[in-house]
Design a protein around this ligand. Structure first.
Ligand SMILES: Cc1ncc(COP(=O)(O)O)c(C=O)c1O
Length: 398
C-alpha cells in the first residue's frame, strides 16, 4: 500500500517539470513553527520555506491582513496607484538607506531590476559602464542576468552564452575585486552573507572595503538581501552589521512571509533612471502581497520579533558550537549569523538531512556539504534544543 506522500510524489512526477529535487513528502498544513505532511506526520520546520515564513506559518496578524485585503481589492496593476503598496514603500524607506522602491514578485526579479538599473544609471550619466562584478559561490536568481551574476558555473551549463560583462571575484578578498575593476565597471553585487553558497558571512571589513572601492571608482554597490533581509541575521537588514549602506538593495523571501513579493530599493538619484516605460511588472506590489508584507514588517519591527531573533540566533549558535565540539571531526564547522546557520560536514549533507526528516525535523542543504538551518524568527529555545538534539543524533547515525 502506498502512502499519501508517495501517491502525491507519483502524481507530481507525472505532470511537473522535473527541475526540483524534492524531499519525499508533501506538506499540507502549517502552524507556527510546525508543518504536517500528507500522512499526518508533524515536523519542526527549521527551513521555513527557505528563510521565508519568518513569522511562522499562518501567522494570525498576516492572515488578518490577507483576509481584510482580499475582501477589498486583489489586483489593479501598476496602471493605478494602490495604497497598500505605498504604505509598504513608506515603511521600507523609513527603515533603510533607501528613498525609492520598485516592487516585483521574487528575488530574481528584484536583482534583475537592480542590475538593469545600474547599467541604465551609468549610461544616463554619460558613462560607458556595463560590467558587473559578482562573487564566486554567490546566488542571485535564475533569470539569465541573475544566473549570470550567480557565481556557480553548474547553474550556467547549457544556457550559454551568459549575459556579457559579468565577472566573479573571490568572496571576502578585496584584492581579487580590485583586479577586476575597469573603467567599464557599472556595479558590484554582493550578499552580506552568502546563503545558497554555503552560509558564509562576509568577513569583517569586507563590505566597508567594497563601499570605499565603489566610492573611489564611480561604481554602484548592490546588496542582495533576498535571504539575509527582514530580520534573518538578527537585524532588519544584514548590512546593518557592517556599518555601511549600499546604493541599491534587493529583498524577497521573508518580505511577505510566503506571499510572493520582491522589492528593489534605492536612492532618489539612482531611481530617476527608471522613467516610465523602462521597467515594469504586472503583479509587482499587488495589493494582496503588499498588505501582507506591511503586516509582516509591523510585526517584525514593533512586535518584538527582531529582538527575539537576535537572542534566539545567539542561543542556536551556542548550541551548535557545543554540538560541534562533542562531535569532533564529524563536523567541519558551524557558522552563520542570527537565525541563518550552516553546519559544514566532511561529506554530503543529504543523508543527515534525510535522517533529520525521519526524526521529525525539516532542514535543507546549502551547497553539497552544508546543512542549512533557517527556522522561523519566532522559534523558542526549547524548539532549538529539540532541533539540535535531532541534528546531533542524525549526524551520529548517518
Ligand atoms: C541571495 C539570493 N538572491 C536571490 C535569490 C533568488 O530568489 P527567488 O528564488 O525568489 O527568485 C535567492 C534565492 O534563494 C537568494 O538566496
Amino acid at each position: 500500500m502506498t502512502t499519501k506522500n508517495e501517491q502525491l510524489a507519483a502524481r507530481a512526477q507525472r505532470v511537473l517539470v522535473g527541475n526540483y529535487k524534492q524531499q519525499p513528502i508533501a506538506v499540507v498544513r502549517g502552524e507556527g513553527v510546525h508543518v504536517w505532511d500528507a500522512d499526518g506526520k508533524r515536523y519542526l520546520d527549521f527551513i521555513a520555506g527557505i528563510a521565508t515564513t519568518s513569522l511562522g506559518h499562518c501567522h494570525p496578524k498576516v492572515l488578518a491582513a490577507l483576509e481584510k485585503q482580499a475582501k477589498q481589492l486583489w489586483h489593479a496593476s501598476n496602471v493605478f496607484y494602490t495604497e497598500p503598496q505605498i504604505e509598504l514603500a513608506e515603511r521600507l524607506t523609513g527603515a533603510s538607506f533607501a528613498e525609492r522602491v520598485f516592487f516585483c514578485n521574487s528575488g530574481a526579479e528584484a536583482n534583475e531590476a537592480a542590475l538593469k538599473l545600474t547599467r541604465r544609471f551609468q549610461r544616463d550619466r554619460g558613462e560607458d559602464r556595463f560590467e558587473i562584478i559578482a562573487f564566486e559561490s554567490s546566488f542571485h536568481g535564475r533569470t539569465l542576468f541573475t544566473v549570470s551574476a550567480t557565481g556557480q558555473p553548474k547553474y550556467w551549463k547549457g544556457f550559454e552564452p551568459m549575459v556579457p560583462g559579468v565577472k566573479h571575484a573571490r568572496y571576502g578578498d578585496i584584492e581579487s575585486v580590485r583586479a577586476l575593476v575597469t573603467r567599464q565597471t557599472a556595479a558590484i553585487i554582493v550578499e552580506p552573507m552568502q546563503g545558497e553558497g554555503g552560509v558564509r558571512p562576509a568577513p569583517a571589513g569586507f563590505l566597508k572595503a567594497l563601499r570605499a572601492l565603489c566610492d573611489g571608482e564611480g561604481i554602484l554597490l548592490v546588496f542582495d538581501e533576498v535571504q539575509t533581509g527582514m530580520g534573518r541575521t538578527g537585524k532588519l537588514f544584514g548590512y546593518e552589521h557592517h556599518g555601511v549602506a549600499p546604493d541599491l538593495m534587493t529583498l524577497a523571501k521573508a518580505l511577505g512571509n510566503g506571499i510572493p513579493i520582491g522589492a528593489m530599493l534605492t536612492t532618489e538619484a539612482i531611481a530617476k533612471s527608471l522613467v516610465p516605460g523602462t521597467h515594469a511588472s504586472t503583479f509587482g506590489g499587488n495589493p494582496l502581497a503588499a498588505a501582507c508584507a506591511t503586516a509582516v514588517f509591523d510585526e517584525l519591527t514593533t512586535g518584538g520579533v527582531l529582538e527575539h531573533a537576535q537572542i534566539a540566533g545567539e542561543y542556536l549558535a551556542g548550541r551548535l558550537g557545543d554540538m560541534a565540539r562533542r562531535l569532533g571531526d564529524r563536523v567541519v564547522e558551524t557558522r552563520g549569523q542570527g537565525l541563518l546557520r550552516g553546519i559544514e560536514l566532511p561529506g554530503e549533507a543529504g543523508k543527515v538531512i534525510g535522517r533529520c526528516r525521519e526524526l521529525g525535523l525539516l532542514v535543507n542543504a546549502a551547497g553539497e556539504r552544508v546543512v542549512r538551518l533557517a527556522p522561523p524568527l519566532v522559534v523558542e529555545h526549547v524548539q532549538i534544543d529539540e532541533a539540535v538534539d535531532v541534528i546531533e543524533r542524525a549526524i551520529v547515525e548517518s
